[in-house]
Design a protein. Structure first.
Length: 150
């Protein structure tokens, strides 16, 4: 019997999807299917704080407050939630040191390093293309401003 791919039909509940993924009941993952657990992981990595956190962690291990300063603009609560989600997905490793005060370091797992490598390539393309992007925005905005009814 062939295992069905992830799809709406295969996802009665979020708990069932998680159980399917855990037990390898879903042999083919499809990020475009609403119920597929791969979509949630994609959101964790590509969301604003997830991508910035993974990008920052490519530089090496960070303590929480160092990472919060590096990812400028993220709140303590959002960074904490982001790190928990990335840790749960196996992208980030959390190492708590038994010291006083406690010391917690975050670093990428081998899976996280692979993701960061690809993410940094995208970031580089975007940063390199920003002059063109800004020109495109200005041209778009100017054209829209000239349209009647705007």
């Amino acid at each position: 019997m062939q295992t069905p791919p992830c799809s709406e039909a295969a996802d009665a509940t979020a708990a069932a999807a998680t159980a399917e993924a855990s037990s390898d009941a879903c042999a083919t993952f499809d990020v475009f299917a609403r119920g597929c657990p791969s979509r949630e992981t994609l959101e964790h990595v590509t969301g604003r704080w997830g991508s910035l956190t993974v990008g920052a962690l490519r530089e090496g291990p960070w303590r929480f407050n160092e990472l919060r300063r590096r990812v400028d603009g993220v709140s303590e609560k959002m960074l904490s939630q982001t790190l928990h989600a990335l840790e749960r997905d196996g992208i980030v490793h959390r190492e708590a040191q038994p010291t006083n005060p406690p010391r917690v370091d975050y670093e990428l797992t081998p899976f996280g390093v692979e993701i960061a490598h690809r993410l940094v390539a995208l970031i580089t393309v975007l940063e390199t293309a920003m002059p063109e992007v800004l020109d495109n925005r200005a041209a778009y905005d100017a054209a829209r401003a000239m349209r009647p009814g705007r």
